[in-house]
Design a protein around this ligand. Structure first.
Ligand code: ADP
Ligand code: MG
Length: 573
C-alpha cells in the first residue's frame, strides 16, 4: 500500500481514543477546564451513565465568540506558550486536546459568554463536523453539552460497562476534584438526582460533608499535620468505623492535583493495619505537598500517575501521618468497629448444623419448611446458611459462643475465618481478579530446594491467587505482592503454603489447593483472644458465607445445640 497522509477526521478520531476512554474521562476533562477558567461554581449533569448526556456548566471567564472554533481544534490552548512553561504549570489542561477529542466522538455543543461580553455564542460539532458559531443569550460562563458519546465508535461504546459502573467512575472523578477544590461549589446530578453537592466555602470539612454525606463526614478526622522536611501531609481520614468494601472512597492529592498511586494507597492501608477487617478499605483524602521539582506530573496525562524523585520518602510520610492520626483517635488499638450491614433475608428457618464431618459437602438440605421461592438461584445452597447469631463470648480463646433463634452455637474461630477467606478468594477468582496487596518493601526469602520446586510447579496458580513472587538469584526469591487476605506474617504464611503444596495439598485442582492453603494460614488461629466486636464481625461474615458449615479442609466450623437438645440435657422434657 502506498503511504498516504491520514485525513484530519481520522487523525482526530485516533487521538480521541487516547484522551477519551469513557464518560468519566470526559467529565474529568470538562470539569478541569472549568476549574482552569476560574469557576466558583460547577454543575455536572449526566444521564444514562454519561452515554446519553454529559453537561458541565461553569461560571468561569468564558470564551470569546471568535475563539470558540479555535478551542475545539487540536493543539489549541490558552494555557501554554512554550515547552518551558510545562514545568511551572498551574493549570490542569495544556495539551489542547480534550475538546477536539470529545467533539470528534459525540454530538457536541459548547456555549460560552465571557464576563464582559454583551451576549454569548455557541458552536455545535457533530462527530467532528463543525457547525457555525451562532449568538445565544446565556449568563457568564461556559456550558459544554456532550450527547451520544461514542455513537460513531461502536467498539468503544460496546466496551462501556453498565450505567452504574460508569456513574461510579464519574462520581469518583467529581468527588476527587471537589475535594481538591473546597473553594469551588461542585454539584453532580445523575439522572435528575443530586448525588453530590459541596458548598464552596473553602473549608475541607464542608467539602467532606458534600462528598461523603454528613454521617460519614462526622466520623472523619483531620490528619495530624506532618511538618518539617520537604514533604507535608494534610487532609482527613475516616475512623475505622467507616470503612468501605472497595478502594473508591480514598483520594490522593499531590500539590493539589488528584493522582492515583498504588504505593501511597498501600502505605495508607498499612497504617490502618489491624484496625480494619480484611477486605475493608479506608475512606479519606490525603494531600501531599512537596517541592514541584520532586514530582513529575507529566508521566501520563490521562492516567493521573505521577513520578516522585523519592517515592519511598513520600510513602513513609503518608504512612506516618495516617498512623499518628489513627493512634491519636483510636487509643489502645481497639478492635475494628463494626457496622452491621443488612443480612441476607433469612432463607430457611431451621437446619441441623453439621456435627458430623462426614456429611459435609454431600449433606442434603432438610426439606424446607417454607416455599423456596425467595431463594436466589445462584445460591441454591442457601439452605445451609446460618441464621442471625448473637455473640456471647469466647471459650479457650478458640471457640465463639453464640445464641441463635434455635439454640446455642459454638463456632471454631480458626475454621470459620478460614471458610470466610476461602470464599472471598474463590469469589474473586470467579471475577478474574484476586485482590492483591503490593508490599511497600518486597520480602526477600531464601528457599529450600523442595520449596523452590513447589514454587516452580505451582507458579501460575500462585500468581492467579495474588502471590507475586520472582526469582532473586540463587535460592532467593522476592515476594512483591500477596493476596489481600494475607494480613500479617507474610513469610510464615508463604512458607506454610509451600509446605502444604509440597505434601500434596488439599483440593481438587492445584488452584484450589493454593486457595485453601492460603486461606488456612492467613486465618486467625486458635488461642487468640478476640474482642466482642471482632467476634461479631467474624460471625457476621460467616453468616454470609455460602457454605458456612465447614472449613476448606472439611472440618466443621459450627456445632449447634438445639433448644430441644438443651432442654433434654437438663431434664426439662
Ligand atoms: P486544554 O485544556 O489542554 O487547553 P482543551 O481542549 O481542554 O485544552 O481546551 C482548549 C481551550 O479552550 C482551553 O485552553 C481554554 O482556552 C478553552 N476552554 C475550554 N473549556 C473552557 C471553559 N470551561 N471555560 C473557559 N475556557 C475554556
Ligand atoms: Mg482541558
Amino acid at each position: 500500500m502506498p503511504i498516504v497522509r491520514l485525513d484530519e477526521a481520522t487523525i482526530r478520531r485516533i487521538a480521541a481514543g487516547e484522551v477519551v476512554e469513557r464518560p468519566a474521562s470526559v467529565v474529568k476533562e470538562l470539569v478541569e477546564n472549568a476549574l482552569d477558567a476560574g469557576a466558583r461554581s460547577i454543575r455536572v449533569e449526566v444521564a444514562a451513565g454519561g452515554r446519553e448526556l454529559i453537561r458541565v456548566r461553569d461560571d468561569g471567564y468564558g470564551i470569546p465568540a471568535e475563539e470558540l472554533s479555535l478551542a475545539v481544534e487540536r493543539h489549541t490552548t490558552s494555557k501554554l506558550q512554550s515547552f518551558e512553561d510545562l514545568t511551572r504549570l498551574a493549570s490542569y489542561g495544556f495539551r489542547g486536546e480534550a475538546l477536539a477529542a470529545i467533539s470528534a466522538v459525540s454530538d457536541f455543543e459548547i456555549a460560552s459568554c465571557p464576563r464582559a461580553a454583551p451576549h454569548g455564542a455557541r458552536l455545535r460539532v457533530r462527530y467532528g463536523r463543525m457547525g457555525r458559531v451562532e449568538p445565544i443569550g446565556l449568563p457568564p460562563g461556559t456550558v459544554v453539552t456532550v450527547r451520544e458519546l461514542f455513537a460513531t465508535v461502536p467498539v468503544r461504546r460496546r466496551f462501556l460497562r453498565q450505567d452504574a459502573t460508569e456513574v461510579a467512575a464519574i462520581q469518583r472523578v467529581v468527588a476527587a476534584l471537589a475535594l481538591a477544590h473546597p473553594e469551588v461549589r461542585v454539584e453532580l446530578v445523575v439522572d435528575g438526582r443530586t448525588v453530590l453537592a459541596t458548598t464552596g466555602s473553602g473549608h475541607l470539612a464542608d467539602a467532606l460533608v458534600g462528598v461523603y454525606g454528613a454521617d460519614v463526614a462526622a466520623q472523619m478526622v483531620p490528619l495530624e499535620a506532618l511538618e518539617g522536611g520537604d514533604i507535608a501531609v494534610h487532609g482527613a481520614i475516616g475512623l475505622p468505623s467507616v470503612s468501605r468494601a472497595n478502594r473508591q472512597s480514598l483520594f490522593l492529592l499531590v500539590n493539589g492535583r488528584w493522582i492515583e498511586s498504588r504505593t501511597l494507597v498501600a502505605a495508607i492501608e498499612q497504617a490502618y493495619h489491624t484496625l480494619l477487617m480484611v477486605g475493608r478499605y479506608p475512606v479519606g483524602v490525603v494531600a501531599v505537598s512537596l517541592p514541584p521539582e520532586q514530582v513529575d506530573v507529566n508521566v501520563h496525562p490521562t492516567k493521573r500517575e505521577v513520578r516522585f524523585a523519592d517515592e519511598r520518602a513520600v510513602a513513609a510520610a503518608v504512612h506516618e501521618a495516617v498512623r499518628r492520626t489513627l493512634l491519636a483517635h483510636v487509643p489502645n488499638q481497639p478492635p475494628p468497629v463494626v457496622s452491621f450491614a443488612p443480612l441476607q433475608p433469612p432463607v430457611l428457618q431451621r437446619r441441623l448444623l453439621v456435627a458430623d464431618p462426614s456429611r459435609i459437602g454431600s449433606a442434603p438440605a432438610p426439606v424446607p419448611a417454607e416455599p423456596p421461592a425467595v431463594q436466589d438461584p445462584d445460591r441454591s445452597d442457601g439452605a445451609s446458611r446460618l441464621p442471625v447469631l448473637r455473640v456471647l463470648g469466647q471459650v479457650r480463646q478458640s471457640y465463639i459462643i453464640a445464641e441463635g433463634p434455635d439454640g446455642m452455637y459454638l463456632i471454631d474461630q480458626h475454621a470459620a475465618h478460614e471458610r470466610i477467606l476461602l470464599e472471598r478468594l474463590l469469589e474473586q477468582l470467579e471475577g478474574q481478579d484476586v485482590e492483591r496487596q503490593q508490599l511497600l518493601e518486597p520480602l526477600v526469602l531464601e528457599l529450600s530446594t523442595t520449596h523452590l520446586e513447589v514454587l516452580e510447579r505451582y507458579a501460575a496458580d500462585l500468581e492467579r491467587l495474588g502471590w507475586d513472587v520472582e526469582p532473586f538469584g540463587g535460592a532467593s526469591v522476592r515476594v512483591r505482592a500477596v493476596p489481600a487476605v494475607v494480613q500479617r506474617n507474610i513469610e510464615r504464611v508463604f512458607t506454610a503454603v509451600l509446605d502444604d503444596l509440597a505434601s500434596g495439598g488439599r483440593g481438587a485442582t492445584p488452584l484450589e489447593q493454593v486457595a485453601i492453603s492460603t486461606a488456612c494460614h492467613s486465618a486467625i488461629r486458635a488461642g487468640q483472644e478476640l474482642s466482642l466486636p471482632e467476634m461479631r464481625e467474624l460471625v457476621r461474615q460467616l453468616e454470609q458465607c455460602r457454605a458456612p458449615n465447614a472449613c476448606g479442609h472439611g472440618r466443621p466450623t459450627v456445632v449447634h445445640l438445639s433448644t430441644e437438645e438443651l432442654e433434654r440435657q437438663f431434664g426439662r422434657r
